[in-house]
Design a protein around this ligand. Structure first.
Ligand code: ADP
Length: 299
């Protein structure tokens, strides 16, 4: 098959591993910078053009869209969908999961466990907002943040009020969340391919750090999920419509709660912690399903 990885970063671990795994399984794999794909919007023969040449004979794309490039990136993925190219994740699923608030609303509607979460526009409503999540300590999150940046633990109501006022003063959109202290600075990353959890790891924040992000000095190890955690992760990815997903879960006193569903989960941490060939499993999934799609097309 001819597979394109849609990524701005050809040299990072995840991109390299996907390319390598695809080639090892006998495919022709290209890394395409989706920001340099331009397209014609037409019903007749929609095309994506890269470096002056139309991308005509691709069988599948693997979107690895950067968080800050969701708008253009999903437009490119949508173009491939219009062209009948199989995509590891659908454009709509990527957009859905990128909007943290929308993601939580959709998960809540389907009864997935979540930390108690509040959202408000006006700073006049801060007191009410803090009450909604049960008071301090609480976690404040920038809606547009990633890798733990813009995630703040406010220990007191006064601290919470000042941080919320500061963020809102900068016109930043924020979520306010119950602090799951019992998670002990750890979270669980469930890596899904197709409708299955194929790998999972526990990430533990550095000492004194409540955020477990590996980018913030956390460490990771393989973990066995409980059946409830596994089914929560599977359901969360399904609700988002993602086929390749990283579902982040906290172990709370009231069971597993989902914090985030990631549409471009990194491969480095999970492959190192579990020793599994996650990239190979993504390629195998594409092999199985892209051909199914073309059968349907032919029939
Ligand atoms: P990002 O998307 O920027 O990584 P997250 O919402 O995943 O932000 O938060 C970063 C980390 O902070 C999480 O991995 C988790 O360890 C910790 N964390 C986030 N929300 C809570 C919460 N409500 N209670 C306890 N810890 C939390």
């Amino acid at each position: 098959m001819k597979i394109a990885i849609l990524s701005q970063e050809p040299s990072i671990y995840s991109t390299q591993r996907l390319k390598e795994a695809g080639e090892k399984r006998g495919h022709e794999v290209r890394v395409i910078n989706y920001l340099r794909c331009y397209m014609n919007i037409t019903s007749h023969r929609p095309t994506a053009i890269y470096q002056g040449k139309p991308l005509v004979d691709l069988d599948a794309v693997i979107p690895r869209i950067g968080a800050s490039k969701t708008f253009y990136g999903t437009a490119v993925v949508r173009q491939f969908e219009m062209m009948g190219v199989f995509t590891a994740n659908a454009s709509q699923a990527i957009s859905r999961s990128r909007d943290k608030l929308r993601c939580m609303q959709l998960l809540a509607r389907e009864g997935i466990g979540l930390p108690v979460t509040g959202f408000a526009h006006s700073t006049k409503d801060i007191d009410g907002l803090i009450e909604v999540v049960g008071g301090a300590p609480l976690v404040i999150k920038l809606l547009e943040g990633t890798q733990g940046i813009g995630v703040v633990l406010a220990e007191t109501k006064q601290a919470a009020t000042s941080v919320i006022e500061a963020f809102r003063g900068l016109d930043a959109n924020i979520l306010v969340q119950e602090y799951i202290a019992e998670a002990g600075g750890a979270d669980i990353r469930c890596f899904l391919v197709g409708d299955k959890v194929i790998a999972s790891m526990k990430r533990q924040g550095a000492p004194g750090e409540f955020r477990s992000n590996l980018h913030r000095g956390g460490s990771a190890q393989k973990i066995k999920l409980t059946p409830e955690e596994r089914s929560t992760a599977v359901r969360a990815a399904k609700i988002m419509g993602l086929k390749v997903a990283g579902v982040d879960i906290l172990r709370s006193n009231h069971g597993p709660v989902v914090m985030e569903v990631n549409s471009s989960p990194g491969l480095e941490g999970i492959e190192a912690a579990t020793n599994l060939d996650v990239a190979g499993k993504i390629i195998a999934y594409i092999e199985k399903n892209a051909s199914k799609g073309s059968d349907r097309h032919d029939g």
